[in-house]
Design a protein around this ligand. Structure first.
Ligand code: HEM
Length: 141
């Protein structure tokens, strides 16, 4: 990620935190509208799962220049993801749904520059999860 992306993500972190739950609520609506089959993956999820996802999105934004701070969090979530058979193909589903949710909630504040930075940042984080989950699936196989 380049410096501009990092600067934009850090600058928008407080706004994302403020609207964290609204964004993730909209994200799930978008996800299930676009990919109804994703509902099956969440069938055993706790009702407050969306709050945990919001908290992690905020933690990620705040620590974008120090991702080591998220290390054990990523490990724990990756294990959970493997338990419910999350696959690499699911990340773009969530990514597109999340980016759309950010534009819906932030409105005019979601400028093309802000959205480009979040797209890059989301898929960077997604790649971290995908790599970690690949390791866990390999051990299980
Ligand atoms: C970078 C993207 C993602 C982040 C930041 C993220 C974050 C999280 C967090 C924080 C949890 C809760 C862990 C806990 O209960 O302590 C979780 C669980 C879960 N996530 Fe993700 N996730 C991501 C991608 C995905 C994708 C792509 C899918 C599939 C469409 C998915 C489906 C789930 C499911 C089904 C659970 C388990 C819920 C349960 O059974 O309690 N996640 N994720």
């Amino acid at each position: 990620m380049n410096e501009t992306t990092i600067a934009i993500i850090k600058a928008t972190a407080p706004v994302i935190k403020e609207h964290g739950e609204a964004i993730t609520t909209a994200m799930y609506e978008n996800l299930f509208a676009e990919h109804p089959e994703a509902k099956e993956l969440f069938k055993d999820a706790e009702p407050d799962q969306y709050k945990k996802l919001a908290a992690m999105v905020y933690a990620y934004a705040a620590n974008i220049d120090n991702l080591g701070a998220l290390g054990t969090g990523v490990e724990k979530v990756a294990k959970l993801h493997v338990k419910v058979n999350i696959e690499p193909k699911h990340y773009p589903w969530v990514g597109v749904a999340l980016l759309k949710a950010i534009t819906q909630v932030l409105g005019e504040a979601a400028t093309p520059e802000v959205m480009a930075a979040w797209k890059e940042a989301f898929f960077f984080l997604a790649d971290v999860f995908i790599a970690k989950e690949k390791e866990i699936y390999a051990v299980k196989a």
